[in-house]
Write a protein that binds this ligand. Structure first.
Ligand code: CA
Length: 225
């Protein structure tokens, strides 16, 4: 998935970005409310991890709201339903309530364990997709976002993190054509070097492991299941 991480603390942000990348996510990281609002206005993300305790936007300082809350309100005021998990300090109960009321999908209290963050990301994405069952299934292939296990006809299939990311994107919307650019977005964050033909290579590997017909090409457009 492509995640936007909004965190002004450089040490926390760096370790979060690293841990999220290890889960196979493409992570873009911004440090303040202005950059977050600009990123969300210009690009599409699968999920936002939003620290509420950000330096406030100068123009919004009058409202006395935390900078993160202003980002969330701006997003929802635009009608953008991108899932948002807010992160707050331990003693800020009021912030958590305000954050949920302002349209956050869930919250975490610092400090938190990565296992809990990963579980909450999966839960939010399940609700977003309106799926009751956490395991994706299509044409004999199953993908479990929680355990990251993939099977074909019941037998386990080993995938790299990026192969998994491409497959997950396609299995979330069976039948929908995803362009190479959309798939690259799911696999790479800003600043990652994107090898040309990278997506074609991952699709080739997936076909080798899951069957030549599992992923179809739409010539010049992209791929679909
Ligand atoms: Ca902060």
């Amino acid at each position: 998935m492509r995640l936007l991480l909004v965190e002004d603390d450089r040490m926390i942000g760096a370790s979060l970005r690293e841990a999220l990348r290890e889960q196979g996510h493409a992570v873009d990281w911004v440090y303040d409310a202005n950059a977050a609002t600009a990123a969300l206005a210009g690009e599409r993300f699968d999920l936002v991890l939003l620290d509420l305790g950000l330096p406030a936007l100068a123009a919004m300082a009058l409202s006395r709201e935390a900078g993160g809350l202003a980002v969330l309100r701006t997003l929802r005021d635009r009608g953008d339903a991108t899932p948002v998990i807010v992160v707050t300090a331990r003693d800020a109960t009021g912030d958590r309530v305000t954050g949920l009321d302002a349209g956050a999908d869930d919250y975490l209290v610092k400090p938190f364990e990565m296992d809990e963050l990963n579980a909450r990301i999966r839960a939010v994405m399940r609700r977003q997709a309106g799926r009751a069952a956490p395991v994706l299934a299509h044409a004999g292939v199953t993908l479990d976002p929680a355990t990251r296990e993939v099977t074909k006809d019941g037998a386990p299939v080993l995938l790299s993190a990026r192969e998994f990311a491409v497959l997950e994107a396609l299995m979330q919307r069976p039948g929908a054509v995803l362009t190479r650019a959309q798939l690259e977005d799911r696999v790479y964050g800003w600043g990652d070097a994107v090898e040309s033909n990278a997506v074609s290579v991952y699709v080739h590997q997936l076909r080798r492991k899951l069957g030549a017909d599992f992923i179809r090409s739409m010539r010049g457009v992209g791929y679909f299941l």
